[in-house]
Write a protein that binds this ligand. Structure first.
Ligand code: WTA
Length: 648
């Protein structure tokens, strides 16, 4: 944690209430309704959450809503359910049976539409495939694919039989994939030959082959044929998706799983050490994603909804797959890049399918601003009625651009704050009820108790910066770090006693609106990707020329944060420009190209405290060109800082 509290500089006064027309049709249709639900949730949290959970299907009812032994929670204890059943089967006896569940567009322009009935068939068949390979309830499977419907099918098939899925973003390198397979001890790996990205193909299977040299838990690899590129198939280990599916039965009854059965793990960056597997369980996660998708996106039966995230991140889990399908919505999925073949691909997709709800990231919005207004202007975006953002704080001017150029000054914007750990949206306007302020995620959703506090856990005053915490357990909260409950405790529940510490700084204004100020720990947020400084440092130090490194984020107009690496070379190595390039490529290879440093600075030594800790705060100031104002008295050797400044 930083040594002092945070200061907040933003002073944004504009307010945008929803139109009367939007509110009149909304699920929560005004401030009064919102306050009423919030009050109910505050007075009787268990009754409130139980009411929501009971809108879904349970094979057996729970006996206890919440078992809370700080920091470990169990929700809907004793209840038996299945999220795959709730996403699919529950709709089959209704007119949704033939509604499109997943509407997919490939980057080359191919289109697939899967109705709920069709999705059911594919998911059941694939569950039988997994079963035929010997996979059982309680096993783990790693999924490393591009954005194809089969990724969602595989997740839902795992969930159907109680196999815990571990989706690894297709942009990760072979090494990063290997670590995640090993940590999760997955028995099966589901992948594709490749995936389309910006007009070329990404060689997923090649990475898999590399990763599996050194990942012995994997017995079988299932390969979906997407690109048709030549790949290596290992006899006895690898099998084609289509071959296995050809003979699979389409009958597979969803398992009645314990509410606390682990649904998935998803690796994310923390402050120290290797990425951690955030574990989410069944009943609580289902309840959280169901109600937030319903209220925040105000889903109507006739809506076409599109979230542009990758399923490899939590946003894709909760708001492409589970949340929308739990609500019987039509969820659009796009495979490729936003600028292929031209920078208007997103707008052409919105026009083509008459999309109503569009959810994307601030980094994407800033990129659209850079590409220019002419691209959205070429398209009819009048079908849109609601916009959303997630992943990092949105600058008020980017928010205004989004509202005007994409939302036609007519669509409410939901700025949704949440994390991999929270499972579902925590702070966001409910669009028909809570007036928006550009740059603010506004107020916590009903049932969520958020606060801004100092290091001791005392609430700070209005408009004072502090640490964002969540004070009460909620159903979709992470349960633990896979295999490391102590680290879970330490990382989230120790710095500030008794509450969940988010790692974010925030302030709350006079209207109770939250303004998130970004990470205050050593986690960077680069284009919405969470990357630990430690991970990049480890990658650098694994290069034979590097003795030590310190990595920090600095503000970046497009990416939110860029990565700057300070590197000390091992004796005998020359600080040559070519080595900088080599190190960047090395990081790309170790983690994935999204983690490549933007800048590498060679230095003879790094600023450290007397106890030997690198003072990243000083490096952060240096990297972003701001003057260091904080305390430097703990610095071991002042000349190091002066030298670093000279080297700029
Ligand atoms: C940041 C993504 C400001 C924040 C769902 C958080 C945000 C981290 C917002 C989680 C937002 C996410 N405003 N900051 N609306 N949404 N963040 O785990 O720093 O990939 O802690 O989850 O992203 O990133 P993660």
């Amino acid at each position: 944690m930083p040594e002092k509290n945070i200061e907040s500089a933003l002073n944004e006064k504009r307010v945008f209430p929803p139109s009367a027309e939007f509110s009149s049709r909304a699920a929560i249709n005004g401030l009064e309704a919102y306050e009423k639900i919030s009050r109910k949730a505050l007075d009787d949290p268990e009754g409130y959450w139980a009411g929501i959970a009971s809108e879904l299907h349970w094979f057996e009812p729970w006996t206890k809503v919440l078992e809370w032994e700080l920091p470990f929670s169990k929700w809907f204890v004793g209840g038996k359910t299945n999220i795959s059943y709730n996403c699919i089967d529950r709709h089959l006896a209704t007119p949704r049976k033939n509604k499109i569940a997943i509407l997919w567009e490939g980057e080359p322009g191919d289109v697939r539409a899967l109705s709920y009935q069709m999705l059911h068939r594919e998911v059941c068949k694939f569950a039988n495939v997994l079963k035929s390979l010997g996979l059982q309830k309680g096993d783990r499977a790693t999924l490393y694919m591009g954005m194809v419907p089969e990724l969602a099918i595989a997740m839902l098939a795992c969930a159907r039989m109680g196999v815990t899925h571990n989706v690894v973003f297709g942009g990760f390198s072979a090494e990063a994939l290997r670590d995640r397979i090993n940590d999760s001890q997955s028995r099966v790996l589901i992948t594709a030959d490749g995936s389309y990205r910006r007009g070329t193909t990404v060689a997923l299977k090649k990475n898999v082959d590399d990763a599996l040299e050194g990942a012995s838990s994997v017995e079988k690899v299932i390969v979906y044929k997407r690109t048709g590129d030549a790949i290596n198939m290992v006899a006895g280990r690898d099998a084609w998706w289509h071959d296995l599916m050809a003979s699979a039965s389409a009958d597979f009854a969803a398992e009645a799983l314990d509410s606390e059965h682990p649904l998935f793990m998803l690796y994310t960056s923390g402050t120290t050490g290797k990425p951690k597997g955030v574990v989410h369980t069944t009943g609580g996660y289902m309840t959280g994603t169901y109600i937030t998708a319903k209220w925040v996106f105000d889903l109507k039966e006739e809506d076409t909804y599109w979230c542009t995230a990758d399923i490899g991140w939590v946003t894709g889990h909760s708001y492409i797959v589970y949340g929308p399908l739990l609500n019987g919505a039509t969820s659009v999925m796009y495979e490729g890049a936003p600028n292929f073949p031209e920078p208007d691909r997103f707008w052409s997709i919105i026009e083509k399918y008459r999309i109503n709800i569009f959810y994307t990231a601030p980094t994407a919005i800033r990129t659209f601003v850079k590409w220019g207004d002419q691209w959205p202007a070429k398209h009819d975006l009048s079908s849109l009625r609601l916009l959303g953002t997630v992943g990092e704080p949105i600058n008020p001017e980017a928010w205004m651009w989004y509202r005007k150029n994409i939302g036609g000054d007519r669509c409410p914007i939901v700025d949704t704050w949440w994390q991999t750990e929270t499972g579902s949206i925590m702070i966001s306007p409910v669009p028909g009820a809570v007036p928006a302020k550009p740059g603010s995620a506004t107020r916590p959703l009903p049932g969520i108790v958020a606060d801004v506090v100092d290091r001791q856990g005392n609430p700070v005053g209005v408009n004072q910066g502090g640490f964002l915490v969540l004070k009460r357990p909620w159903p979709s909260m992470m349960r633990t770090i896979y295999g490391d409950p102590e680290r879970y405790k330490r990382q989230y529940w120790s710095d500030i006693p008794g509450v969940y510490f988010t790692g974010d700084g925030a302030r709350r204004d006079e209207d109770g609106y939250f303004w998130i100020m970004g990470r205050i720990d050593d986690v960077m947020n680069v284009s919405g990707h969470r990357i630990g400084t430690m991970e990049v440092e480890s990658a650098l130090v694994s290069h034979p020329t590097v003795a030590e490194s310190a990595v920090v984020g600095r503000p970046d107009e497009l990416k939110g944060q860029g990565i700057v690496a300070f590197v000390t070379l091992a004796a005998g190595n020359q600080p040559l420009p070519a080595l900088k390039e080599e190190l960047k490529i090395h990081v790309g290879k170790s983690i994935g190209s999204f983690a490549k440093p933007d800048e590498i600075r060679f230095t003879d030594s790094l600023p450290k405290t007397r106890s030997g800790k690198i003072m990243r705060r000083l490096l952060r100031d240096l990297a972003s060109g701001t003057k260091t104002v904080g305390d430097t008295t703990t610095l071991e050797d002042f000349s190091v800082l002066a030298k670093l400044r000279e080297e700029e």
